[in-house]
Design a binder for this molecule. Sequence first.
Ligand SMILES: [Zn+2]
Length: 179
Amino acid sequence: MAIRETLASLLGGSRPSDLDIRQMVNDAVAAQSSGDNDNEALEAEIAQLKKKLNMAMGAVQAATAQLMALKTELTNTNGAVKQATQHATTAKATAEAAADGLTAVEARMDALVEKLGTASAPTKKKPAAKKKAAPKKAASKKTGEAHPENCSVDGCDNEHRARGYCAKHYQQWKRGTLS
Ligand SMILES: [Zn+2]
């Protein structure tokens, strides 16, 4: 009977073992299920993170695209501004050149008027000198000069060129070297 007892004890001893195993299995299942839960939670978190990452990537891409567009716009704007500045500079230069030209013309006119005024003294044709704005030939002719087509310098019979002088004497008169 010792064997039976032994067997019984062994079997009896196996009872708690069964319980232990069941518990272990339960624990394992619980752990497994909790592990699944953890995995699911992790997966959900990862999915959310992925979503956030995608959104962030999208935002970054959008921002990058926006930046590129802005950069292009800025470059274009810079180009436009440069062009406008160039145009303005050119326009300003043109205006200045025109103003300078006007000033030069005015100065030239003043000089001519002055010369005409001073020229009237040494010149024999005072009336001609007074007709400042009139065409040279017309001025000479209107004054009723004796020889409007000839130089007014004594002893010079050269053809009249301007201001009552021939080309040679007109040049001298212009330079102020005419005696
Ligand atoms: Zn002459």
